[in-house]
Design a protein around this ligand. Structure first.
Ligand code: ADP
Ligand code: MG
Length: 685
């Protein structure tokens, strides 16, 4: 068995399981092994009821004092069970598990594991897992992997299948040179993969994780470095001059550019007119006004007789840019003739667009990167702007170069990263920073609350809607079952619909919907046909609906603060006061303290750095700081040290063997050409 073996050949996997795995994008044994646990669970020894702390997971060894009859609420069966261990008592609640009436014996001793919660004077636990004492002891103090699942696929099945693969898998030869393994104390690749799934202890797990994170960063930086070596020498084949078009556009805008925007625009103009091709990143917090800068650059390109492209990571964003630019054309009569190019367009619509691009009837193409890179034939592509970069990966210039000459490249990002990291991650680009927000924005009001506040929150939402405003609600998962006990978009939409007046229009949006449906929902939200949009973090990047004033985030504890900050950036974009409601399900102190940081600051850089200070190494699983750098495992904030090491390693290799001609380095480079799993990752979210 090797990385290409179809999973159907794994013992225990039939057609049904195969199709479940397909939903997760897992088709081969290699895919399965490279789907790492999203978190681990460690069963600790049972504690006394008197020691249980509200908001924390614990195991209680106790006996059943009573099993009342089950209650039925609509279709839901609710079973309450009381337990005691001499130090106190607790009430357990089970939903839709009526058979437990028979399994649990009065007077019988069991281990119950779940989150203890205080409700008034009562200590309760909902949906605990039940074990016999012996079974529980066997699993105690072992790190158990938890995988991202889909409905119908259990964690146990996943574990079993991974075990089966590991027992027969022919791993490839180690590809990193021994000197690098030694210098950075890295485990062998094979050992790291075995350990990440079934670690013996926490230290080993961290070591294994480090190696795998190193892999990701290393391959990414290696490709980037190679690209940079090539890019640095590219001559400017599209020298541009400033024309009256951009000046006139700026004069007509209802607001002046901020000082920071002016500076960046100056830098871009200089690049476009210089002897070398532009490779520039604009980094600016959400709402800092990057789009205008892109429009200016594209306008200058068109005015010089060339074509430009504006690429976005999602259709929703691409369509939004298209609408914005069309509005500018209407209002200010700027000389742009754009076409839209997204996957959900019909074959005929696409053909028309291709034709307009080929004949240069269109001087601007707006779309998703995949579509633009596919079949489009440009006549004179001189500038490519990519919004929310690095979902695209580092292969972009190569792909574009195939379209003809080397265009100028401008990438825009809202990910707050410290300068030292930016220099590593964007080593192939010059960096411009927009470090101020347009004036006149009211600061967003934030609150961090627990779930008991929901009723109040819904009343508040209803009132805002009545005043004509719109609302986002974010849930961490799409549908039930991917991760336990987290709110999901589909069910939550129903729940909030019930809680709000019937006149309020509620809809949902998530990444698994068809692109055409996503676009439609986004358009309806933008045109205010929808009042409340329940969504996953697909709306995190770039969406601009200035009339939206409330951002409510459920299970806020599951998100990295930097990501929450990005979400918050979706409101506070217009003239109205905006609000963020962060709902934490875990009411323990650290979580609340962490979320409070969002109250203290509106500065993304500050927030990310404070978040890191408060976390321990155990917290790094299951939480992401940055949605933008889509490494499978590595997180640019949490793993900044490893990033630095990988960067040093890549630099060392390049310095000691600049053209990669040694046997060892050629092997390495070949390996990454063919086995770079990240290449897929950067593009796929
Ligand atoms: P982001 O940097 O997050 O992409 P946008 O480009 O979407 O931000 O801009 C957010 C909003 O701010 C838009 O509605 C835009 O028209 C507005 N805007 C941009 N620049 C300025 C400015 N200098 N003064 C006032 N409003 C501005
Ligand atoms: Mg934007």
């Amino acid at each position: 068995m090797n990385s290409e073996t179809p999973i159907i050949q794994i013992k225990g996997i039939g057609e049904k399981t195969k199709s479940l795995y397909a939903k997760l994008g897992i088709e081969t044994a290699g895919d399965l092994l490279h789907t790492f646990p999203r978190d681990y669970e460690m069963y600790e020894l049972p504690i006394k009821i008197s020691q249980a702390k509200s908001g924390y997971v614990c195991a209680i060894y106790a006996y059943v004092t009573s099993i009342p009859n089950e209650k039925k609420v609509r279709k839901l069966s609710i079973l309450n069970v009381n337990i005691s261990d001499g130090t106190g008592s607790m009430q357990l609640t089970f939903f839709n598990m009526p058979f437990l009436k028979k399994t649990l014996k009065q007077g019988g001793y069991y281990v119950f594991r779940g989150t203890a919660e205080k409700r008034g004077n009562l200590l309760i636990m909902e949906q605990p897992k039940i074990f016999s004492y012996e079974d529980y002891r066997k699993q105690c103090n072992v790190l158990l992997p938890k995988y991202s699942l889909t409905k119908g696929l259990t964690n146990q099945t996943f574990q079993k299948n991974v075990k089966a693969v590991l027992s027969q898998y022919e791993f490839q030869e180690e590809y990193l040179p021994q000197t690098i393994l030694d210098q950075y104390s890295l485990k062998h690749d094979r050992e790291a993969i075995e350990t990440i799934h079934f670690p013996d202890n926490f230290d080993e797990l961290l070591n294994a994780r480090k190696r795998l994170v190193f892999n990701e960063f290393f391959s990414f930086l290696l490709l980037m470095k190679r690209n940079k070596a090539q890019n640095d020498h590219i001559q400017n084949q599209f020298r541009m001059f400033e024309t009256a078009d951009t000046v006139r556009f700026l004069e007509q805008l209802p607001f002046p550019l901020t000082k920071a925007q002016k500076k960046v625009w100056q830098e871009i103009r200089e690049d476009l007119g210089s002897s070398h091709c532009m490779n520039r990143l604009i980094q600016g917090d959400v709402g800092s006004g990057k789009t205008i800068i892109a429009v200016l650059a594209l306008l200058m390109t068109a005015a010089n007789g060339y074509q430009g492209a504006l690429m976005a990571p999602t259709e929703v964003l691409a369509v939004q840019h298209y609408e914005t630019i069309k509005e500018y054309i209407n209002l200010y009569h700027i000389n742009l003739s754009p076409v839209l190019l997204v996957g959900s367009m019909t074959v005929k619509e696409k053909k028309d667009a291709y034709e307009k691009i080929r004949t240069k009837e269109a001087n601007l193409v707006i779309g998703t990167h995949a579509v633009i890179q596919e079949k489009v034939e440009f006549q004179s592509l001189a500038l490519v702007v990519t919004d929310e970069q690095h979902r695209f990966g580092v292969h972009q210039r190569e792909a574009l170069a195939e379209k003809g000459k080397d265009p100028h490249i401008l990438v825009m990002s809202a990910t707050p990263i410290p300068r030292t990291l930016a220099i590593i991650l964007y080593g192939d680009l010059h960096i411009s920073i927009i470090d101020e927000l347009p004036t006149g924005r009211l600061p967003i009001k934030n609150c961090v609350v627990n779930t008991s506040y929901r009723t109040k929150a819904y009343q508040f939402i209803a009132k805002q809607v009545e005043e004509g405003r719109q609302v986002y609600v974010i849930c961490p998962q799409v549908e039930e079952g991917e991760m336990d006990q987290l709110e999901n978009v589909v069910d939550y939409t129903e729940k909030i619909r019930q809680a709000l007046p019937p006149s309020v229009q509620v809809a949902y949006l998530h990444g698994k919907m068809r692109p055409a449906d996503k676009n439609r929902i986004m358009e309806e939200f933008a045109s205010h046909a929808i009042d409340v949009l329940v969504s996953t973090t697909v709306i995190e990047v770039g969406i601009n609906v200035p009339n939206a004033t409330v951002m409510m985030v459920e299970n806020a504890e599951r998100f990295g603060l930097a990501q929450l900050h990005q979400l918050r950036g979706r409101v506070g974009r217009g003239e109205h006061q905006s609000y963020c409601i962060f709902v934490s399900t875990k009411e323990n102190e650290e979580t609340m303290k962490r979320l409070q940081i969002l109250n203290q600051s509106n500065d993304g850089f500050y927030i990310a750095s404070q978040d890191l200070k408060l976390r321990g190494p155990g917290d790094m699983f299951g939480i992401r700081q940055s949605g933008e750098f889509a490494f499978r495992l590595g997180d640019i904030y949490t793993d900044a040290d490893v990033l630095k090491e990988a960067s040093d390693a890549v630099n060392y290799l390049f310095e000691s063997d600049p053209d990669f001609s040694s046997e060892e380095n050629r092997k390495l480079s070949d390996y990454f050409q063919t086995h770079n799993r990240n290449k897929v990752d950067f593009r796929s979210i």
